[in-house]
Design a protein around this ligand. Structure first.
Ligand code: GLC
Length: 443
């Protein structure tokens, strides 16, 4: 069985590779440059991450709970019997997701536990053949998300700890070493790449979100070939860096960057509480205020936020998570112009807080997380400011410039006050319309 699967996928895989080598050069010729390809992603700023799987039944850590020995593999797998998706309403998910202001949605098609949420022809451990749900959960999701005009991202774990073809089983048990059983590993490669070609054929995702590459080297994963195969199908698809560095953007996890990451494109993935999947017992939610402020921290450094939700086993989105999305939606909708399509703001030396810049660099957006106790001050701004206004609210603010004697080339101190009535319940945003592209003093 494994052998015939392997042959089948070897054939289609070599075709994919051949195309993968030819097509990227063609796409460049058509003007499909890397920069163009990344444009929507750079502008999107906010995405939703969805961790859904059998682990929601007991409400335990996705995959890691058996890997780390907190539950036996056998008992972990049994959760599939309770994974019913009875109240799964992908259209409602998509509406709620859209209303939060996200521009793309990334769902776990398969986590490290190896449980596939789509109807894979490779293996039986999937939602259709091996769960109470008995149905494909990805197809209706992709359809609903695209209907809302959002981009589709597929999370796929390279490791498959339940597959007999895979090297690692738990943190104490390994099945084999590649050097000892190269054929077995080849079979695994055909299996995982076979699943990827199924997914790309069926859903043609805008983005691939790989995970778990740390367990093997890039050459062992055949990461380059995998990238070529996916790009052959869709030269515009975006791949995260967790394909052993064969990706297009960096994915810091949980830890909010303090400085601008090196990679021009990056995305912070973050949980709302302390869990990726649904856990009844985890009530340690961040407030909408905290989440919005973390989002603003990503914006000021030119990055995206991929905010995670973990639906329950029956397919409902937990109330606390829905409430966060709703408040996030109110805020993003009001402040759209300061969020989407913006770029990193100015260094903290010029304003002691987060800022973003419009694409043409002629509008500076200033984010205020607190009630000001006096005027806001911007230092070192050389431009004349034509107008200052509260975003999404309209109030025009007056300005004062101090410390700018006529004989000095240095910018003065720009002051403006924001009246209490114009403040947002979470983070207030003020737009400074400049007389041209922003210019800052360098000392
Ligand atoms: C980690 C974990 C995984 C989670 C992922 C999300 O790499 O292995 O459980 O899905 O982060 O970023």
């Amino acid at each position: 069985m494994a052998r015939s699967i392997r042959q089948l996928f070897k054939q289609s895989f070599s075709l994919f590779i051949a195309l993968g080598l030819i097509l990227p050069s063609l796409s460049y010729a058509q003007g499909n440059s890397e920069e163009k390809k990344m444009e929507w992603f750079g502008d999107a700023k906010l995405g939703i991450f969805i961790h859904w799987g059998i682990y929601a039944v007991n409400g335990i850590d996705e995959s890691w709970s058996f890997y780390n020995g907190y539950i036996s593999h056998e008992d972990y797998i049994k959760q599939a019997e309770g994974f019913g998706a009875e109240n799964y309403k992908p259209k409602e998910w998509a509406k709620l997701i859209k209303s939060s202001g996200v521009q793309y949605a990334v769902i776990t098609t398969k986590h490290h536990d190896g449980f596939s949420l789509w109807n894979t022809a490779l293996g039986n451990f999937n939602a259709v053949k091996h769960s109470k749900a008995g149905k494909d959960l990805i197809t209706p999701f992709v359809k609903a998300i695209r209907k809302e005009n959002l981009k589709v991202g597929l999370y796929y774990s390279l490791p498959d700890w339940s597959s007999d073809l895979y090297t690692h089983f738990t943190n104490t048990e390994k099945r084999y070493k590649i050097a000892d059983e190269p054929e077995r590993w080849e079979n695994f490669l055909s299996y995982y790449q076979g699943q990827l070609s199924e997914l790309s054929e069926a859903y043609n995702p805008d983005l691939w979100w790989f995970d778990g590459d740390w367990e093997h080297k890039a050459e062992e994963w055949k990461a380059k070939e995998t990238r070529a195969m996916l790009l052959a199908k869709n030269p515009n698809t975006i791949i995260n860096a967790r394909l052993s560095e064969n990706g297009d953007y960096a994915t810091p996890e949980q830890g909010v960057p303090l400085m601008k990451p090196e990679s021009p494109f990056w995305e912070l993935c973050m949980t709302m509480n302390d869990s990726w999947g649904f856990q009844h017992n985890d009530t340690n939610y961040k407030t909408p205020n905290q989440i919005i402020r973390i989002f603003v921290d990503c914006l000021r450094l030119g990055g995206n936020l991929l905010l995670d939700i973990g639906p329950k086993a029956d397919g409902t989105i937990p109330e606390e998570q829905a409430a966060i999305l709703t408040e996030l939606g109110r805020w993003t909708n009001k402040h759209k112009e300061a969020i989407y399509g913006t770029q990193a703001g100015i260094p903290l030396d010029y304003f002691y807080g987060p800022t973003t810049l419009s694409k043409d660099k002629k509008t500076l957006y200033v984010f205020l997380a607190h009630k000001p106790n006096g005027p806001i001050v911007i230092r070192g701004l050389k431009n004349k400011v034509n107008r200052i206004r509260v975003v999404g609210q309209g109030t025009k603010l007056s300005q004062q410039v101090h410390n700018k004697p006529y004989w000095s080339n240095k910018a003065g101190l720009l002051y403006f006050e924001v009246p209490e009535a114009a403040l947002d319940a979470q983070v207030t945003v003020v737009a400074l319309q400049l007389d041209g592209e922003i210019q800052l003093d360098d000392k």
